[in-house]
Design a protein around this ligand. Structure first.
Ligand code: CP
Length: 354
């Protein structure tokens, strides 16, 4: 159902699942804003599409085919909060599919500096571009901007590339894709034990991933964090309402022994109420060191959305269970799959037989 069928105030008050009904058009993805809009079938489809793109991109002919799919389209990357891999992987994904890219990375260089509102900014972008990918430090702003676009003269899709502390749905997609690939020969994601470690309160990647994991059966999730940074009650409520087994607290060293996937996160001190608040929290027991490698399963995977600080020792990088660099590259493929699906070119990719 298009987002122009509902007023902003009415839409704003809906819960995430009800909002998600407004992000598709003619059964196809349009806006990508919340993890709640993805069901299991969509996750499996996107993963298979990403793998297909990866395979096709191995040959010159395949790369030319992919580059011709969306070469008449333009994407605006509107990132007013710092980013390295999300920004660059969206750039690379657009380039794989032939889209031309424009960017605003600092509102001080755009007319927002002169007082233009974000609403007017995205309407302006929609005059020149066919897709907006947006990162902002304001929770919910991507939803508001998508509503504005759908109600403007030239509705175009918007992808949320990280909004405040609430959602980072495309990071969660690449995380699920990494889990799909890691457990391909181990029975899939169902039934696995996934341990989250670190700043779970303010990590939007963990929030979005926890929602996506409710699409799988028999999971056991464990959230290990310093007490002030423990996962928030609303995520626990979502998990409980979907019948996902989870526990909070406990000791990292005992939790990782049983884990099929260990998802490390950094302390997100950019959200501190007062500078230095996080520095007072002892995180030494929430850091993965080389000695921990002998405690974890031979088939376990170690993940991290990155960037990292000290929570994963660099010496771990060479261990075959450390998949965070592969996880990051998966972001490029899954984002290419997402953009192809939004513009309805997924069928061409599946049908390519070169
Ligand atoms: N994982 C992630 O969102 O990284 P960036 O902040 O570098 O984009």
């Amino acid at each position: 159902m298009p987002l122009n069928r509902i007023g902003w105030e009415e839409f704003r008050r809906l819960d995430a699942k009800a909002k998600a009904a407004y992000f598709a058009e003619d059964g196809r993805l349009f806006h990508v804003l919340l993890a709640q809009q993805f069901d299991r079938a969509r996750l499996e489809d996107l993963g298979a599409l990403a793998t297909r793109i990866r395979f096709i991109a191995k040959s010159d002919e395949g790369r030319r085919f992919l580059k011709g799919l969306l070469d008449a389209r333009r994407a605006m990357l509107y990132f007013t909060q710092p980013s390295t891999r999300t920004f660059l992987s969206f750039c690379a994904a657009c380039q794989i599919l032939g889209l031309t890219i424009g960017e605003v990375r600092d509102p001080a260089t755009s007319s927002e500096y002169k007082g233009e509102s974000p609403e007017d900014s995205v309407r302006t972008f929609s005059s020149y571009f066919d897709l907006i990918v947006m990162r902002s430090q304001i929770a919910g702003l991507a939803e508001r901007m998508a509503w504005v676009l759908s109600n403007a003269g030239r509705p175009i899709p918007l992808i949320n590339a990280g909004s405040g502390r609430d959602q980072h749905p495309t990071q969660a997609l690449l995380d699920v894709y990494t889990l799909q690939r890691s457990f391909e020969n181990l029975g899939g994601i169902d039934g696995k034990c996934i341990v989250f470690v670190g700043d779970l309160l303010r990590g939007r990647t963990v929030r979005s991933l926890a929602v996506l994991l409710t699409n799988y059966g028999g999971l056991r999730l464990r959230f290990v964090a310093p007490e002030p940074l423990q996962i928030s009650p609303d995520v626990c409520e979502t998990l409980a309402s979907r019948g996902v087994a989870f526990e909070t607290g406990g000791d990292m060293e005992s939790a990782i022994r049983d884990a099929d996937a260990i998802y490390m996160t950094r302390i997100q001190d950019e959200w501190d109420a007062r500078e230095g608040d996080s520095a007072r929290i002892d995180i030494s027991r929430y850091c993965l060191e080389h000695r921990h490698l002998q405690m974890i399963k031979p088939t376990a995977v170690i993940m991290h959305p990155l960037p990292r600080r000290k929570e994963i020792a660099v010496e771990i990088d060479g261990d075959p269970r450390a998949v965070y660099w592969r996880q990051m590259r998966n972001g490029m493929w899954i984002r290419a799959a997402l953009i192809a699906a939004i513009f309805g070119r997924d069928g061409d990719i599946r049908g390519y037989d070169g």
